[in-house]
Design a protein around this ligand. Structure first.
Ligand code: G3I
Length: 367
């Protein structure tokens, strides 16, 4: 996986983003950098999910299953604040089929059960990706022991098996994840190399056949605004839908960074997918910064969350807004971007940051 250029905004967006960010409305409901400790939800202190329900949108989070097992505060906060959950890792191929034909559904089953117990819906993530593939698959392709015809059958079986297992329990499936490069060319993954571009349409057909009620989504990062990559998705979705391929949603991950500025033309981007008759969603929102965190950076960060949320609330097609973890205690960011972090709405002690206040105010303001 290439990490150096992941989730970076081009220089132009950086410049316009910096200008935009200085023009955002003041941060209200700010709680201070270290945050305010978790309090039980009440009529005076409504949770995000209570406000989201009134606003007619799902508020979601990625869930770290190890934290869910080990950390009581994490379990309670996940239940209190969110009405949608996404498996951060445990529905990915390497997790569900670590050896060929040997499945491990337990962690994914646990999440689905937790969601049901707490009245939450589940976003399925993810069926076709170039990353977190099982070793048996990547080595088999690399050494030639798995050829193209067999690989296509393996992909079909993987999608069908996983989608059927959770049939009726998944609201949106990220069928195809991160298939374009920044310039709008198709990513040179093993799927493209071995199967050619038709694997995308095939994947959507197989997923939809296995659970016609789950919305099949495209999903990627750096596609918040109008740019070469999001336009490649728009063109692909338009073409596939004209051919009757069941592509029904566009997922915008939303991995932003305050040092790169806020992307331009987000509402316009959502509107063009909506005009195709598709659903949209923010699926993995976080906003990282160069550490150490300080008050100014936290205050700068907050409206990034708010502006993405407002874009969602401003689009009828946008039914859910998911953060990629809500506490810095378990965020993936520092492990991947050295020296960066503090990317979520709560600090490591579950204290609410200004970003949490902005999410709450945005949801309270509604659509
Ligand atoms: O499961 C192994 C474990 O057995 C081993 O002991 C441990 C040692 O490092 O690694 C564990 O795997 C880690 C895995 O997360 C599960 O915790 C990997 O090292 C680690 O690289 C992996 O990172 C995940 C990353 O996707 C992989 O690309 C992050 O947690 C996860 O947040 C991140 O999520 C992606 C979305 O799926 C797609 N969009 C981008 C987003 C952020 O990169």
């Amino acid at each position: 996986m290439k990490l150096t250029n992941r989730f970076r905004m081009p220089a132009l967006a950086l410049l316009s983003g910096a200008l935009l960010v200085t023009g955002v409305t003041g941060v209200t409901g700010v709680t201070g950098v270290t945050g305010v400790a978790v309090q039980p939800a009440s009529a005076h202190n409504p949770s995000l999910r209570v406000l989201a329900e009134r606003a007619g949108v799902r508020i979601g989070t990625a869930v770290d299953m190890a934290a869910l097992a080990d950390d009581r505060t994490y379990r309670r906060t996940t239940a209190r604040e969110f009405d949608s959950v996404t498996a951060e890792n445990v529905m990915k191929w390497e997790s569900v089929e670590p050896q060929r034909g040997v499945y491990d559904w337990k962690p994914a089953d646990d999440l689905v059960r937790y969601a049901r117990a707490h009245g939450q819906v589940v976003r399925g993530h993810t069926l076709v990706w170039h990353s977190q593939l099982p070793t048996w698959l990547t080595t088999g392709v690399a050494d030639g022991s798995i050829g193209a015809t067999e690989l296509r059958g393996i992909l079909r079986d993987h999608i069908t098996t996983e989608v059927k297992r959770y049939k009726g329990k998944i609201q949106q499936w990220d069928v195809v994840n991160e298939v374009f490069e920044e310039d709008g060319s198709l990513r040179n993954s093993i799927w493209l190399q071995q199967l050619g571009p038709s694997y995308i349409a095939d994947a959507f057909r197989w997923a939809h056949a296995a659970d016609p009620r789950a919305k099949p989504f495209l999903n990627d990062y750096n596609v918040e605004g109008v740019n070469a990559k999001s336009t490649a998705y728009y063109d692909l979705a338009k073409r596939l839908r004209a051919q009757g391929v069941p592509v029904q949603g566009f997922g915008i991950q939303g991995h932003l960074a305050i040092q790169y500025g806020f992307p331009g033309r987000v509402a316009e981007n959502l509107a063009r997918f909506e005009a195709l008759g598709m659903q949209t969603a923010f699926t993995e929102v976080d906003v990282r910064m160069i550490l150490p965190v300080d008050e100014a950076k936290s205050v700068t960060q907050a409206p990034y969350f708010r502006r993405l949320l407002d874009a969602c609330l401003g689009a009828r097609s946008c039914k859910s807004f998911t953060v990629w973890g809500y506490t810095d205690r378990y965020s993936w960011v520092p492990g991947v971007f050295e020296g960066q972090g503090a990317a979520t709405p709560m600090d490591e002690e579950y204290g609410r940051k200004p970003a949490y206040g902005e999410l709450r105010e945005g949801l309270a303001a509604g659509r």
